[in-house]
Design a binder for this molecule. Structure first.
Ligand SMILES: *Cc1c(COP(=O)(O)O)cnc(C)c1O
Length: 384
């Protein structure tokens, strides 16, 4: 059934991106594939089999519900790491399932120990350090408290990681703040080590940090956006290009989103199109109705600004984006027909609608647009 639109994942692109990352990061560094927000809109259940085929065996999520989805679809022994929220009962379940999780306060550490004791198992935790982002993490005082608690409960805690998150490695304006974070991280790591607590993985880098600050790669990099073929920001891309002669983009987009024309209409010069008066035809035009709107992540700010591809032509969104529809000017398309493919994101013939073009027009981040693609859109995989 074709509902309103379909998302197609390109398996070759994923393979390409992982190959590039392996080369860039080096063989000894673990890639943790970040699959939060439904794998950046790509679909957890659809992307994980592709990741597995390409050697990924470490996954990072934000919510416990995402961890369970990953748990249910992996077929190879893999590590799952919850970087964010999980409720008390989920901590118990996580320990049972050997799902790892960040510990960013003493309460969570105590809960982990309580449940681990009940179950007579070890909780696998990543101690998260507060190094200057002031979002989540243990400060030095809390780290010292945590160390004492862990020492008293060594049978019930495994320190799988010692980590922090950098406050904006994708922008050079944060350079100084990040240097300070790294200094603080090192200092806190030393405290851990002099207490003979050695984490399995030391990790601080996301995609941007791994490219811009190579020394942040440590033992593991939490890679999200680059796996899906995007740069964290144009600054990061330029940073990469400056060091490379060929000036080619090594990443390939994975996702394509398309719909189809549901109706065609002729509109006379002078008529308004859609709600209100934001668009008035300046000549006789042909319009196409497409069953996509803001309820499916096609942002209202693309009203009178967005564009799509039909029959290899670039066509504009006219009037306001509705909840379930957009109206497209197809006057420059040769014989547009109901059922013609409409590309919202991705390539058609020689043209491409990039998420970045989308985001410049709608003032959203790449991340935001991808994360807003609803789970209800059917995802398929193209693998030739
Ligand atoms: C989302 C996230 C990442 C991945 O970031 P990308 O920019 O997509 O590579 C890494 N670490 C943490 C803590 C995150 O929340």
């Amino acid at each position: 059934m074709f509902d309103h639109s379909i998302i197609t994942l390109n398996e070759e692109s994923v393979k390409n991106n992982i190959k590039f990352l392996r080369k860039k990061l080096g063989n000894t560094i673990k890639i943790s594939a970040v699959v939060k927000a439904n794998a950046y809109g790509h679909g957890i259940e659809q992307i994980i089999p592709i990741f597995e085929k390409n050697g990924i065996d470490h996954y990072a999520v934000f919510y416990y519900s995402e961890a369970i989805r990953v748990y249910n679809c992996i077929t190879k022994p893999s590590t799952i790491m919850v970087m964010g929220y999980l409720c008390d009962e989920s901590i118990r379940d996580a320990i049972l399932k050997e799902i790892e999780f960040f510990v960013f306060n003493i309460e969570r550490l105590n809960l982990a120990i309580k449940y681990a004791k009940e179950l007579n198992l070890k909780a696998k935790i990543h101690l998260e350090a507060e190094t200057g982002m002031n979002r989540s993490g243990l400060n030095i005082e809390e780290l010292n408290m945590a160390i004492n608690i862990i020492k008293e409960n060594k049978a019930f805690i495994e320190i799988s990681g010692f980590c922090t998150h950098l406050a904006g490695a994708e922008s050079v304006s944060n350079h100084l703040r990040i240097q300070n974070q790294l200094k603080k991280y090192k200092k806190m790591l030393t405290i851990l080590e002099v207490n003979n607590l050695n984490p399995t993985y030391k990790h601080v880098a996301n995609s941007a940090a791994a490219i811009v600050y190579p020394k942040t790669k440590m033992d593991l990099v939490r890679v999200g956006i680059m796996l899906y073929g995007f740069w964290s920001s144009s600054e990061v891309f330029i940073h990469y290009l400056n060091a490379h002669q060929d000036k080619l983009d090594p990443l390939k987009r994975v996702l394509r989103w398309n719909s189809q024309i549901m109706a065609i209409k002729e509109v006379k010069s002078g008529e308004f199109v859609g709600y209100g008066i934001s668009y008035q035809a300046q000549k006789n035009i042909t319009t196409a109705l497409v069953p996509i709107g803001y309820s499916l992540g096609y942002n209202r700010s693309l009203s009178n600004k967005g564009y799509v591809l039909i029959q290899g032509c670039r066509c504009s969104v006219i009037g306001v984006v509705n909840m379930n529809m957009i109206i497209i000017d197809v006057s420059n398309v040769n014989d547009p027909k109901v059922g013609d493919e409409v590309v919202l994101i991705g390539k058609q013939a020689d043209l491409e609608i990039k998420v970045s073009a989308f985001s410049e027009l709608s003032d959203e981040l790449n991340y935001e647009i991808l994360a807003h693609l609803p789970e209800s859109i059917i995802r398929t995989v193209k693998n030739q």
